[in-house]
Design a protein around this ligand. Structure first.
Ligand code: AMP
Length: 283
């Protein structure tokens, strides 16, 4: 595995690889890697000739009171993991090399998708996500980029960004990897103590119950009432949002029955840790 930290080094590497007709795959991550990341990487290795993984804890997607400084950084373990998977190139830029040292003049705005759900609680989050992905895509120039369904709203925004900004990149969606008991894998799960880890199952069990409620003909309003009520049985859980949306248009669906695009999205604090999850309801 080649490790590169300067954007220009990656650009040169990719330029030469493309001259040789290689298809470039890209998996952007913030490190603290787990089997969820590995599933994206395996898909990338399967579909492309060169698999490039980036590790960059992007400061601009963290809010002021969020966990940027304490976000897990496990570089050596991550490097060993990436090697074992057979990754071709690791890109691990510094903040200075991605952002320079001044206040940026060019910023991106998002019209609607940053105002709801994750965006309502984390107002600047998706601006930071788009800002770094535009840079990473310009550096890595991939043919394919791999994202997890776990971050459903992010995935939706990335697809829109690629389409509207005319990036010649195909976005590949990879299913959510879960622990044996259903908890969605996340770098933030390591913040949970044993009791919180148990209570974190509230998210996945709510989504599974939602599938049943939908089958039984319940509306979103009724389902939400039930989810809010059930949250009170988990002392460490504070529900942030629960919604059922159309996966394409992203508008809320009051009667999700028979809608194959219906996806339930949930976010909750478990102790001090904010977790998210989602599930298609009728597929
Ligand atoms: P992160 O390092 O959290 O920024 O995540 C990097 C990529 O891995 C994103 O595309 C995530 O959606 C994806 N990812 C994170 N957790 C999972 C998971 N449990 N299953 C599948 N993909 C995931």
């Amino acid at each position: 595995m080649i490790s590169l930290s300067e954007p220009v080094q990656i650009q040169q590497y990719v330029h030469e690889a493309k001259l040789q007709g290689k298809r470039i795959g890209f998996v952007p991550t913030m490190g603290a890697l787990h089997e969820g990341h590995a599933s994206l990487i395996r898909k990338c290795l399967e579909m492309t000739d060169i698999c490039i993984v980036s590790i960059f804890v992007n400061p601009t997607q963290f809010g002021q009171n969020e966990d940027f400084s304490k976000y897990p950084r496990t570089h050596d373990v991550d490097v060993t993991f990436l090697r074992s998977l057979g990754v071709d190139v690791l890109f691990y830029p510094t903040v200075a090399s991605m952002y320079g040292d001044g206040t940026p003049e060019i910023l991106f705005s998002i019209n609607t998708l940053d105002k709801i759900l994750e965006g309502a609680t984390r107002p600047s989050h998706f601006h930071g996500v788009v800002q770094i992905l535009v840079k990473l895509f310009n550096v890595v120039m991939p043919d394919f980029a791999f994202f997890g369904q776990k971050d459903f709203q992010q995935l939706t925004i990335v697809k829109r960004m690629v389409k509207e900004l005319l990036f010649p990149i195909e976005v590949i969606t990879c299913p959510t990897m879960r622990e044996a008991d259903g908890l969605a894998m996340s770098s933030r799960n390591r913040y949970l103590n044993a009791d919180e880890r148990q209570q974190a199952l509230f998210l996945y069990s709510s989504l599974i119950s939602t599938q049943e409620y939908v089958k039984a003909g319940l509306s979103l309003s009724l389902i939400r009432e039930k989810i809010v009520k059930s949250a009170s049985a988990f002392p460490s859980i504070k529900l942030d949002y629960f919604s059922i949306r159309d996966s394409d248009r992203f508008d809320e669906i009051e009667t999700p029955q028979n809608n194959t695009n219906a996806v339930a999205l949930i976010a909750a604090w478990c102790g001090a840790t904010r977790l998210i999850d989602n599930l298609y309801l009728n597929s």
